[in-house]
Ligand binder design. Structure first.
Ligand code: NAD
Ligand code: UDP
Length: 314
C-alpha cells in the first residue's frame, strides 16, 4: 500500500512541486487548498491520475480527511509580501488556527507533521548568517509582523504538540525560493524583475538595492524537505542556498540573462524590509546530508523559460 500524504497549500508554488515529487515517489497525495493565492492550473496535470486527489478547503476550519495519513506537510499560507499585506488577518489565521487544525489532524491520524516556516522568523536579523539558534529581531506590530508572528506562533504550536502530545513533527525554515509556477505578479523581487526585464520595462529596485537575499532553486528545496520529513529531527532546520547577493546585483544579473535593455529605477524601501539574509545551513548539511546543487545562474536560466512562456514570449 502507498503511503498517504496531505499537503496543505498544495496548489501553490511550493506545494504543487511537493505534490509532484511525492506523487512521482509513489505516495498517495491529497492536496488541500482554498486557492486564495494558489491555482488549480499548478496541479491540473495531476487531475485524473491515480493516487492524487484535490480537496478545496480553508484549513482554518475543521479539516476532514477520510482514511489513514502518514504525513502532513502544512504549507498553506500567503507567502509573498504583497499577499500577506493584502490579507493580514487570513495570514494570521492560517498560521495560528490553520496550524492548530492541521496539528489536530496529525494527532488524530497518528501522522507525522512538517511545518513550512520561514527565514522571516529571524526578522531583520542582528546575526549573520542566520543559525537556527538565533531567536530573531521581529517587530510584532510592524506591517510584516502578521506573517512573521504567525509563523513564530506556528512553530511554538508545533513544538507544543510534539512535547505535549508526543506527535512526530518537523519545522523547516525556508529561505527565498524560486522556480516555475511563481506568479508573475506576486510582487516578489524575482518574478517582478523577470517580468519587467522581458517586457523592457524599468526594473524597480527598492531602497538603494544594498539589502541582500539568498535565493534557492525549488528542486533543491524540495529535496531538503523530503529528507527532513524522513528524519527524526524535531527542532527547526534552515533550508536555503547560502549564495548571497545584493538586490541591485541580482537585478543586473536578470538584465544580463534576459538580454534586456531595461533601466534600473529606485523606489522606496518597504517598511520593515530586512537588510540582510543568508542561511547558515551547517545543520541541514550534517543532519540531512543536504546541500543545494543548483547555483543561481543555472537556476535562473532554468526559470527564465517559464516566465517567457507566461508572457507569451516562447
Ligand atoms: P503560495 O502562495 O504559492 O502557496 C500558498 C498556498 O496556500 C496557496 O495555494 C494558497 O491558496 C494556500 N492557502 C493560503 N491560505 C489557505 C487556507 N486558509 N486554507 C487552505 N489553503 C490556503 O506560496 P509559496 O511560496 O508556495 O509558499 C508556501 C509555503 O512556504 C508558505 O507557508 C510560505 O510561508 C512558506 N515559505 C515560502 C517561501 C518561498 O520563498 N516561496 C519562503 C519561506 C516560507
Ligand atoms: N524588491 C525590489 N523590487 C521589487 C520587489 C522586491 O527591490 O520589485 C526587494 C524587496 O524590497 C526585498 C528584496 O527585493 O528587499 C526581496 O523581496 P521579496 O519580496 O522577493 O522577498 P522578501 O523581502 O520576502 O525576502
Amino acid at each position: 500500500m502507498s503511503r498517504r500524504i496531505l499537503i496543505t497549500g498544495g496548489a501553490g508554488f511550493l506545494g504543487s512541486h511537493l505534490c509532484d515529487r511525492y506523487h512521482s515517489d509513489g505516495w498517495d497525495v491529497i492536496c488541500m487548498d482554498n486557492l486564495v493565492t494558489g491555482s488549480e492550473s499548478n496541479i491540473a496535470h495531476l487531475f485524473g491520475k491515480e493516487r492524487f486527489s484535490f480537496i478545496k478547503h480553508d484549513v482554518t476550519n475543521f479539516i476532514i480527511v477520510k482514511g489513514d495519513l502518514d504525513l502532513i506537510l502544512h504549507f498553506a499560507s500567503p507567502a509573498s509580501p504583497i499577499d500577506y499585506l493584502e490579507m493580514p488577518i487570513q495570514t494570521l489565521k492560517v498560521g495560528s488556527l490553520g496550524t492548530h487544525k492541521a496539528l489536530g489532524l496529525a494527532k488524530a491520524k497518528n501522522a507525522k507533521f512538517v511545518l513550512a516556516s520561514t527565514s522571516e522568523v529571524y526578522g531583520d536579523p542582528l546575526e549573520h548568517p542566520q543559525k537556527e539558534s538565533y531567536w530573531g529581531n521581529v517587530n510584532p506590530t510592524g506591517s510584516r509582523g502578521v506573517y512573521d508572528e504567525a509563523k513564530r506562533f506556528a512553530e511554538a504550536m508545533t513544538m507544543a504538540y510534539h512535547r505535549y502530545h508526543g506527535i512526530p513533527t518537523g519545522i523547516v525554515r525556508i529561505f527565498n525560493t524560486y522556480g516555475s509556477r511563481m506568479r508573475l505578479r506576486d510582487g516578489r523581487a524575482l518574478p517582478t524583475f523577470f517580468r519587467q526585464a522581458l517586457q523592457n520595462q524599468p526594473l524597480t529596485v527598492f531602497g538603494d538595492g544594498s539589502q541582500t537575499r539568498s535565493f534557492t532553486y525549488v528542486d533543491d528545496l524540495v529535496e531538503g524537505i523530503v529528507r527532513l520529513a524522513e528524519s527524526d529531527e524535531t527542532e527547526p532546520v534552515n533550508l536555503g542556498n547560502p549564495q548571497e547577493v545584493t538586490i541591485l546585483e541580482f537585478a543586473r544579473e536578470i538584465l544580463d540573462l534576459t538580454d534586456s535593455n531595461s533601466e534600473i529605477v529606485f523606489e522606496d524601501l518597504p517598511e520593515g524590509d530586512p537588510q540582510i539574509r543568508q542561511p547558515d545551513i551547517s545543520k541541514a548539511q550534517k543532519l540531512l546530508n543536504w546541500y543545494p546543487e543548483v547555483d543561481r545562474r543555472e537556476g535562473l536560466s532554468r526559470t527564465m523559460d517559464y516566465f517567457k512562456e507566461q508572457l507569451g514570449k516562447l
